[in-house]
Design a protein. Structure first.
Length: 365
């Protein structure tokens, strides 16, 4: 039996999570995975019900389970509090030791016309951002008074080494290229970052390493995304660059992520937020949460089920079932239902996958 802790959270969180859980239930039966789910309050909803964004029972449940699946947290009604939903998220990441956040972004063949970039630039983009998640300016001392404020950015050599190993190993399993992104022309933490990454690189002679300043990287991502394979970067830069990267595929709603540590349960979450403006309207794109669920299955050792979910998700997008953020008319629940239909149809329909890709490429360039 594998226990999944579900944290729907706020805004569109519960809507996108409902679709992911429905797919997981179906897969669990189809592949006999023995998944069990237990849902807990987290974020703004937990502040409202328990006066705490991360109640002790929620944290205990996360620790007990085999993986955590998170929707999103936050919203304007909680923004001014001493402990916000976002504070709870940082506390949870730290408590579970989730120092590595993996955010893959891939433009599907045949969907280049959904990118705001020209198809010839966006075509073939396939980038993994490895974001350090429990250090840097997010976790340094913070203070403010009426006239000044400060946020301390700190990194230790050990924190940089462990995330660098994750990124080099990922690059080794992909196309063997790693771009370390920093601001070493200005920041002391970035100079330590660059020096440490160069030292770790000695263990990975098969991986080609280069370095880029974060401002130049932000530019290069939209002028030549194909030059990137794995991007390794610190917490804040990774947050910003991954939102930028997400729109190369057409929408932030498409991207999933895995947050992992050296042991214990991982946490799987879309990279987008709670999108309060569209909450409750059944129009959010659940694809990023479905992609996160697929990453979760893969990490739990259910590779076949993960592959089936990924294929069904891609097939659904390619056959033209799309939510509004991608110019379509599907609702959140309608998209999820179609993914499950495609999952049920299974291998037969998936063999049409390649043909569909080829067709899309033909008509849309
Ligand atoms: P956001 O990601 O919620 O929304 C940015 C834009 O993208 C909005 O226009 C929104 O409508 C759209 N969007 C986001 N996800 C979408 C989806 N699945 N389908 C369709 N459209 C989608 O970012 P924001 O507006 O800056 O933040 C809103 C709240 O979410 C804030 O409280 C923020 O702190 C929080 N947040 C939480 C997480 C998380 O829980 N991991 C991540 C980012 C932001
Ligand atoms: C994300 C979010 C979070 C972050 C916020 C909500 C704390 O933007 O998961 O990308 O900055 O890490
Ligand atoms: Mn973010």
């Amino acid at each position: 039996m594998t226990r999944i802790t579900i944290l729907p959270g706020d805004g569109i969180g519960p809507e996108v999570i409902a679709e992911a859980v429905a797919s997981l239930r179906q897969l669990s039966v189809q592949y006999d995975l023995g998944l069990e789910y237990v849902s807990h309050d987290f974020g703004g909803v937990a502040i409202d019900r328990h006066g705490d964004p991360l109640p002790p029972e929620t944290l205990a449940a996360c620790r007990r389970g085999d993986a955590v699946l998170l929707g999103a947290v936050g919203g304007p009604q909680w923004a001014g509090l001493a402990r916000t939903p976002e504070t709870g998220l940082l506390e949870l990441r730290a408590a579970l030791g989730l120092f590595a956040n993996l955010r893959p972004a891939k433009l599907l063949d045949g969907l280049a016309h959904f990118s705001p970039l020209r198809a010839d630039i966006a075509h073939g983009a396939d980038v993994l951002v490895v974001r350090e998640l429990t250090g840097g300016i997010y976790f340094g001392a913070r203070r403010s008074d009426a006239n000044s404020a400060s946020d301390l950015c700190e990194y230790s050599r050990g924190e940089i080494e462990r995330i660098a190993h994750v990124a080099f190993q990922a690059a080794r399993e992909r196309r063997g290229k790693l771009t370390s992104v920093d601001k070493a022309n200005v920041l002391a933490t970035s100079r330590l970052w660059r020096q440490t990454v160069i030292e770790v690189a000695a263990h990975y002679p098969d991986v080609a390493l280069d370095h880029m300043y974060v401002d130049a990287c932000a530019m290069a991502l939209v002028t030549g995304p194909r030059q990137f394979d794995v991007i390794l970067t610190e917490n804040l830069f990774g947050d910003i660059l991954s939102d930028e990267l997400s729109v190369i595929g057409g929408s932030i709603g498409l991207l999933g992520s895995a947050s992992v540590g050296s042991e214990g349960p991982g946490m799987f979450e879309p990279i987008h937020g709670s999108a309060p403006q569209i909450a409750g309207m059944d129009i959010a794109n659940p694809a990023g949460t479905l992609a996160s669920a697929a990453m979760m299955l893969d990490r739990l050792g259910f590779g076949d089920a993960a592959q089936a979910l990924t294929s069904a998700l891609e097939y659904t997008l390619l056959e033209g079932c799309r939510t509004r953020d991608l110019g379509g008319e599907a609702s959140c629940s309608g998209f999820g239902a179609r993914v499950r239909e495609n999952l049920r149809a299974g291998a037969g329909r998936m063999t049409a996958h390649r043909e569909l890709i080829a067709m899309n490429r033909g008509c849309c360039g």
